[in-house]
Design a protein around this ligand. Structure first.
Ligand code: ADP
Ligand code: GLC
Length: 706
């Protein structure tokens, strides 16, 4: 049994101006009309191109139910207990929005760009006197021909431009075709790698099919990029089902029919779900994604047809009925696994993700009890972040249809409350998390967020597995990335140097190829160690380095970054917002990507960084520890790993980065080693498939008496 949680730490006062946002909530609904601090590089909201936009971004914000607080988080009060505890009230987590800017077919219309204060933001305004890099005078001999991007990348017209016509693409649509020539120094660095023309990489070879009969997998998730994305879960939900399908399995993705899906092509009704018990009638629509994956959309207007994101309402607060919204999604998932399901397609496995689907295993058990037979499908719950637990008052249990005998300690009860995540952890046939190291870490008090005992028990039963996420290697490939102005590959980094110059221009940083440019694309929260980066800024500036940040999150971190950008505009730039295209360009244009997360279940950006020749600096935790090899290993190093998430360790790490930067040959070797790493989904999908087979073959589904 978990020990009783200690008192909830309070947050230090925030400096942000009203409207206040919850401590861990990105301030995504902050009015963009708020007066900008003079001199601060900031973004305005940009609606997506008319033809590409559907509804307001369906999914902007990820409220994750109650969030637990890690002891070392900067918002923990001095003297707060070392044990992280779930917060009393459900917290919003982070926001969504994939940007529409620069998206090209075959991606669906960018659902994430949102009008008003949400969605993609425009690039920061440039000083009036600044010239785009294309117009800079460079020695002609050093000019580098722009690599064509097929018209979909930087420089492509991006449609409606609000707020005085700001163009969301970093280079004006009418910029000359010849993009900024690399400076001599940039060229020198680029030449460290062997030069050859950049060729578009062929698609990866088709994966081998898994042996045995195909499995039928119902993958239940509230997010799927690029339609609905608040962070890595959206990426994973888009890529893992595809990877499983590529191995021969049949996958159906079950998502709420958020308004953004009104624009999906070929959507058709496949089933009516009659009202029953505490639940209303609903419908199920199907659509096929460009990848071939089949999407099932749960159309329940009273729950999912509304403004705001998947978890947060337009005012930044949780949707007040989140418990019923996500319990309904979970209940329908369990109903679709019953042999009288109206779809006629019965899954072998229901794969659940995070607290929003945590009640699926409980409902499967309950339905099996009601029908007097074993649950027909096995369940897997993947934990993407233990800090978000879906904690609700127990008095809601009636309205969620949770049977009385599942309201106790062997069910959904967690210190008197109803915990959707705990129910799932306890009752799923198998629990996975997104890296082997995180699977170990969450069994300890420090990162167990009050659920470490449950997790330890599952691990002792052989039912807790760490499977490292992959990345979408087609979307995140510097040689094929349509969002980059200049593609490049590991044999020719010239396009990277050009992208850096463009990024410096876009963000108003000094045009200096020799300046060490750090990049961050992240939720701006304590989890991500953003406060540590803020603390390192005086040193970074004094050394002549540069930093570009895109993100949104805690108001005080946004403010601190804005102030730093205002004080040092040629060295520090921040863009508060969520924009996919700029995220790609920062990944490509930065020299070093900072991720000193206090904990990180997996993390995706450190993998993107390695593929983009951008050396990551990470804290040795979770998936960061599992995916970055420290530069001390000269033959295999791909980045810089700091042993602790502390100011001192970060400073030492930054100094090591700077020392390596001063040695171009060594830097290039580290880049190449990172760019050679695969990071695809094939191995992880194979591991999931093995796990599915293992639990499907078990004679007994997991059963716990209530
Ligand atoms: P988490 O899910 O904890 O936020 P991950 O590293 O797993 O962290 O995934 C975050 C994903 O969201 C990555 O694809 C990252 O590029 C993207 N992302 C985060 N913040 C932004 C932003 N402000 N703009 C664009 N993409 C972002
Ligand atoms: C969560 C984690 C992140 C992980 C992502 C996808 O958001 O914070 O580390 O990469 O889920 O699994």
């Amino acid at each position: 049994m978990p020990k009783r949680p200690s008192p909830i730490p309070s947050r230090p006062p925030e400096t942000a101006s009203p409207p206040p946002s919850p401590p861990d909530a990105p301030d995504e609904f902050r009015s963009d009309d708020a007066p900008a601090d003079p001199g601060i590089v900031r973004a305005g909201a940009v609606p997506a191109p008319e033809e590409a936009l559907a509804e307001p971004a369906a999914a902007q914000v990820a409220g994750e139910g109650a969030e637990a607080v890690p002891p070392s988080a900067p918002d923990a009060a001095p003297g707060a207990s070392a044990a992280p505890v779930p917060r009393k009230t459900p917290r919003p987590r982070k926001r969504v929005v994939a940007a529409a800017t620069g998206q090209a077919p075959p991606l669906p219309p960018d659902p994430s760009a949102a009008p008003g204060g949400e969605g993609a933001s425009a690039p920061p305004a440039r000083p009036a006197e600044a010239k785009p890099p294309a117009a800079r005078k460079r020695p002609a001999a050093r000019a580098v021909r722009a690599i064509p991007t097929g018209g979909t990348g930087i420089g492509a017209p991006s449609g409606a431009a609000p707020n005085g016509g700001a163009d969301p693409s970093p280079v004006p649509a009418d910029a000359p075709a010849e993009t900024p020539p690399a400076s001599p120094a940039a060229s020198r660095r680029a030449r460290v790698a062997v030069r050859r023309p950049v060729v578009v990489a062929p698609p990866a070879a088709a994966p081998e099919a898994d042996p045995g009969d195909p499995l039928r997998i119902l993958f239940v998730t509230p997010e799927c990029a690029p339609w609905v994305k608040t962070g890595g879960l959206g990426d994973v939900s888009a890529a893992l089902p595809d990877a499983l399908a590529a191995r021969g399995h049949e996958v159906r993705l079950l998502l709420p029919a958020f308004p953004v899906f009104d624009r999906i092509a070929g959507r058709a009704r496949i089933a009516e779900l009659p009202a029953g018990g505490v639940w209303p009638a609903a419908s199920l629509d199907a659509a096929t994604l460009p990848s071939g994956a089949v999407l099932w959309l749960l159309d329940a207007p009273e729950f999912f047809r509304r403004d705001g994101g998947p978890y947060l309402a337009s005012d930044g607060a949780d949707h007040p009925d989140n418990a019923r919204r996500f319990a309904f999604l979970s209940h329908v998932a369990a109903r679709l696994a019953q042999d009288d399901a109206p779809t006629g397609w019965l899954p072998d496995i229901v794969h659940c993700n995070d607290w929003t689907t945590g009640l699926v295993p409980l409902y499967l058990r309950q339905m099996a009890e009601e029908r007097g037979r074993a649950a027909p499908a096995a369940s897997v719950l993947t934990l993407h972040n233990l800090a978000f637990q879906g904690l609700f008052p127990m008095h809601l249990a009636d309205s969620l249809g949770v049977a009385p005998h599942w309201r106790w300690v062997n069910g959904a009860e967690y210190w008197g409350q109803l915990s959707m995540l705990k129910a799932g952890l306890l009752l799923a046939d198998s629990v996975t998390t997104v890296s082997p190291t995180y699977a170990r870490e969450i069994q300890g008090e420090a990162l167990g967020f009050g659920l470490h005992d449950v997790l330890r028990t599952r691990a002792a039963e052989g039912d807790l597995h760490g499977i490292l996420n992959g990345i979408d290697t087609a979307a995140w490939d510097p040689a094929r990335d349509r969002l980059l102005p200049h593609p490049y590959d590991r044999d020719d980094l010239h396009g990277k140097a050009l992208t850096k110059a463009t990024l410096q221009w876009q963000f108003g940083l000094a045009d200096d190829p020799e300046a060490l440019l750090f990049g961050v694309v992240s939720r701006l929260t304590g989890q991500k160690g953003i406060d540590l980066i803020v603390g390192a800024l005086p040193w970074l500036v004094a050394q002549g380095h540069q930093l570009v940040v895109q993100g949104q999150g805690d108001a005080w971190l946004e403010q601190a970054l804005r102030e730093a950008a205002a004080a040092h505009p040629s060295q520090v730039a921040v863009r508060i917002g969520f924009d996919e295209a700029t995220a790609h360009r920062i990944e490509a244009g930065a020299d070093c990507f900072l991720m000193p997360s206090r904990y990180e279940p997996c993390g995706l950006n450190q993998m993107y960084s390695q593929r983009y020749g951008t050396l990551p600096l990470v804290h040795a935790t979770g998936g960061l520890a599992d995916s970055v090899v420290d530069a001390a290993d000269a033959a295999h190093g791909t980045g810089f790993v700091i042993p602790e998430a502390t100011p001192e360790a970060l400073r030492t790490g930054l100094e090591r980065v700077a020392a390596a930067w001063a040695e171009p040959q060594r830097w290039a070797a580290l880049q190449r080693q990172g760019m050679e790493r695969a990071f695809g989904w094939q191995e992880s999908a194979r591991d999931y498939a093995r796990l599915y087979r293992d639990i499907v073959a078990r004679p007994q589904r997991r059963a716990r008496p209530g």
